[in-house]
Design a protein around this ligand. Structure first.
Ligand code: C2O
Ligand code: CU
Length: 721
């Protein structure tokens, strides 16, 4: 069974456990011994099944069960054990004595004529212990939903107080005399207050570096990272210091630690200063003024403003647009050119920046408001300059209020062709976006129709600018998936009748030779995006009206085509590092939902290690480090993970290494239950965002910073768009 299914099964079993315990307690209170006994039996079986489902889930990794094993199951076992002793024997004994046909008649509060068997099950010891087991089971569900990973002392105390409080209230309702009621109430209140205080008081330096599993969560005082990051949690291996290559949360790392905020503080003494040199502000990490020899300068001017744009069908949508068009003007260059983009903001009141998605620009050009620059206000401008060093398919978008800004249309394409000359033929860049439920390709809400001479090489550059994955199919021709996220694959084989799932933010380049018949690119098995038909004459003009080129031979049923597994596609090739390498840093990000503070507001956030931005500790690296990132999804949503400024090499997904081409990605979908291990070499000094590219998840807390030692930011750092 997949981890995703196991998580769902565990949830079903835990809800059933709650229902059965509570039901047994209610039936006992209502003087129905047979019903109560039956539900009690179900509750016992469900509780054992719960233990089984948690044990099964533990094979997927400690991250999936940590709070269940440390808190939920002990609570359930303890409370279920008490109920088994106090309620079990009496229930079965009473159930045997009562006449089934009389049970319902006799039931009812205050029925003094009820036979003794019925009265016996209404004893406080029976009812309270059954309901207590129900509360304990419910606490486990609450914990998984509201708190998640990692459970700490604070959440354990709060849950304990919740269960104890509910038991006391029930007991008091059942009987006038509750032994030691005052003492028990006081103890419950103390647990609740202590739990609440622990939740809001960030641990001090001493507490975070101690303990069996503290890997010294980083709270490095880089000014950009924000003061709030001192909140560290116990047993993740997100750490600041140069570490040994250890498994997550297994032992304390002597070098790790939490450091007081200080821009001159180096993580591990002299060697850090020797390597990192003096502090540099991120604003000094800018692109060059002139291109390298042989390159030319490519100048663009983009002005952001609110606009009403007209889609190809004539439908109008109100948008935020660059130069009045959605997508914004395509930015193109030849490898080795200098790209210079002057961004102006006419009237976007929340501000605008330009982020070059997937492009490893100098950090000061990365366009992250509050980290690498201030957002450009209405009337303001900012000039970006960077060398087009990487060939391939990329895109740009605003990073200020990016969930709204990108959704409204502040994005465009960035395509860099290799120096050796772009391949001849037809090259279509196809950014896909959804406006109010309508999926558009470029600015077309109708299929793009092209006539192309058979035999012509065709390249389709698919870009997913939405928050969720899209599934593409290409019918009518065999093709190859030649590049992913801008990087060429090694030895990609021929594909046909295949679904291609593209992560939010990701790019796929498809290549084929125009066949003698039509070819159709379809999105999500319903929207025809591109229809290519063989040119009858000589020209390959865009017919433009969306009605020409209907392709009956292509198209057809695509929903049942199997999805391509990228980790098994193409041919292996040597990589500069692998899963066997020795890593200088290991970071683990456990993605989930839970109650957390984000930008000072408590909310049901999208969390990283139980915390939400800006409270997720910054990952600190040193230039040259080999870094391993483990990303775990224990939630119900897909999280397209995206690191700025670096491509990452996929080491494994769910413990299995890719068997096909090496995969260098900047955005990868971590689906529910999945565990991805990726690696990168820290060669692009700066301050970088590391976030979910479902931008509404990012907005609700699912982001953090990756900072190079010695790089500082003069900006407030409190939000990053
Ligand atoms: Cu395309 Cu920070 O994102
Ligand atoms: Cu997400």
């Amino acid at each position: 069974m997949t981890t995703d299914r196991l998580m769902a099964l565990d949830l079903v079993v835990s809800v059933l456990t709650v229902a059965a315990w509570v039901g047994a307690g209610v039936a006992a209170a209502a003087r129905r011994p047979r019903t109560a006994a039956a539900l009690y039996a179900v509750a016992m079986v469900a509780s054992l099944a719960r233990i089984g489902s948690v044990v099964a889930l533990s094979w997927a990794g400690w991250w999936f069960v940590q709070e269940k094993i440390l808190v939920a199951l002990p609570l359930l076992v303890a409370a279920g054990g008490v109920a088994a002793v106090l309620a079990g024997p009496r229930l079965f004994c009473a159930a045997r004595r009562v006449n089934p046909s009389r049970e319902a008649d006799a039931a009812g509060p205050g029925d003094s004529a009820a036979p003794p068997a019925q009265d016996a099950v209404r004893a406080p010891a029976v009812v309270v212990s059954l309901l207590g087991a129900g509360y304990a089971a419910a606490a486990g569900v609450v914990q998984t939903f509201l708190i998640g990973y990692p459970a700490d002392a604070s959440s354990a105390l709060l849950l304990l107080a919740f269960v104890a409080g509910a038991v006391l209230v029930t007991w008091r309702a059942m009987s006038a005399h509750v032994p030691r009621l005052r003492a028990a109430t006081a103890a419950t209140a103390v647990a609740a207050v202590l739990g609440a205080v622990l939740a809001f008081v960030p641990p001090t330096e001493g507490t975070t570096t101690q303990g069996t599993s503290a890997e010294g969560t980083n709270a490095e005082g880089i000014s950009a990272a924000g003061a709030a990051q001192a909140h560290a949690m116990g047993d993740t291996d997100v750490r600041a210091a140069p570490g040994t290559d250890t498994a997550a949360g297994t032992h304390a790392d002597a070098h790790s630690g939490v450091h007081p905020a200080s821009q001159t503080h180096s993580v591990s003494g002299e060697s850090a200063s020797a390597v990192a040199g003096p502090d540099r502000p991120v604003t000094a990490l800018r692109g060059p003024a002139a291109p390298p020899p042989g390159g030319s300068v490519r100048r663009f001017e983009l002005t952001a403003r609110t606009a009403t744009i007209t889609l190809s069908s004539g439908r109008k949508v109100s948008a935020w647009a660059f130069n009045g068009q959605v997508p914004g003007p395509p930015i193109t260059a030849v490898q080795g050119d200098l790209i210079e983009v002057r961004l102006r903001n006419a009237d976007i009141t929340s501000g605008v920046t330009l982020h070059w998605h997937g492009y490893d620009v100098p950090s000061g050009e990365d366009g992250v408001p509050g980290l690498t620059q201030e957002a450009v206000p209405p009337g303001g401008e900012f000039v970006y300059r960077f060398v087009a060093a990487q060939a391939g398919t990329y895109w740009y978008h605003t990073h200020e209020v990016s969930d709204l800004g990108v959704r409204m249309g502040l994005y465009g394409t960035l395509v860099v062709t290799p120096k050796e000359g772009a391949a001849a033929g037809t090259d279509l860049t196809l950014p896909v976006h959804t406006f109010g439920g309508t999926t558009v390709t470029g600015d077309r809400d109708q299929p793009l129709a092209r006539q192309i001479a058979p035999g012509t090489p065709v390249r389709l550059r698919l870009i997913n600018t939405d928050n969720t994955p899209h599934r593409f199919t290409l019918s009518g021709t065999p093709y190859r998936l030649v590049a992913v996220d801008g990087t060429d694959l090694n030895g990609p084989g021929t594909l046909g009748r295949t679904g291609l799932r593209l992560a939010a933010g990701g790019r796929y380049d498809l290549a084929f030779t125009m066949p003698p018949g039509p070819a159709v690119l379809r999105i999500d098995d319903r929207t025809d995006s591109v229809r290519l038909t063989p040119a009858s004459g000589s020209s390959g003009a865009d017919t433009g009206d969306g009605s020409a080129g209907a392709a009956p031979a292509a198209g057809g049923q695509t929903a049942d085509w199997p999805d391509l597994d990228l980790t098994r596609y193409g041919a292996p090739a040597p990589t500069p590092y692998s899963a066997q390498s020795r890593f200088d840093r290991n970071f683990t990000l456990v993605l989930d939902r839970g109650l957390a503070l984000t930008n000072g507001r408590p909310m049901y956030a999208h969390t990283v290690n139980g915390l939400a931005f800006p409270n997720v500790p910054t990952e600190v690296v040193r230039e040259g480090d080999l870094v391993r990132l483990t990303v775990v999804n224990r939630g119900r949503d897909i999280h397209p993970w995206h690191l700025h400024g670096h491509r990452v090499l996929v080491l494994s997904r769910d413990g299995r290494s890719p068997t096909g081409s090496p995969l260098w990605l900047d955005t990868f979908d971590v689906r529910p239950g999945e565990v991805w291990e990726v690696a990168f070499r820290a060669t692009n000094p700066g301050l970088w965002m590391n976030h979910c590219h479902n931008l509404s998840h990012a907005d609700q807390g699912m982001m953090l910073h990756l900072a190079y030692e010695g790089v500082t930011s003069p900006f407030h750092g409190a939000h990053s768009g």
